[in-house]
Design a protein around this ligand. Structure first.
Ligand code: FES
Length: 120
């Protein structure tokens, strides 16, 4: 059973292979959206570009491949960013929610999150 490690929230969440990352985050009560997305989002259709996450683990195959929508919408964003609503969990992954406004100690949080091992 994969684990999604939410860095900002300091939580490891078990999920099923094939679950949608946005749905996992919302189910677990994570604050996935910044201000704009919290007052209005597309509900997971890949249109509002407000469900950014940064994938910090190196396992590129942990999520489904970048979708055509993401290729367009994330064109000028860091290569580690994904849209949570377009991302299907295939194996354990380390995620930073709302990377557009990272916590002040984000480098340390990311480093600590990556040091701890993840199940496959
Ligand atoms: S929820 Fe709108 S792009 Fe992901």
């Amino acid at each position: 059973m994969p684990i999604v490690r939410f860095i900002r929230e300091g939580r490891d969440v078990k999920c099923r292979t094939g679950e949608n990352l946005r749905e996992i985050a919302l189910r677990e009560g994570m604050q996935l959206y910044g201000f704009k997305g919290s007052i209005g989002n597309c509900g997971g259709c890949g249109q509002c570009i407000t469900c950014f996450v940064s994938i910090e683990s190196e396992n590129q195959g942990a999520l489904s491949p970048v979708t055509e929508i993401e290729k367009i919408k994330l064109k000028n964003r860091p290569h580690t960013w994904r849209l949570a609503c377009q991302s299907i969990v295939k194996s354990s992954v380390v995620v930073l929610t709302r990377p557009q406004s990272p916590p002040a100690n984000s480098e340390k949080l990311i480093e600590d999150a990556l040091i701890k091992g993840l199940p496959k």
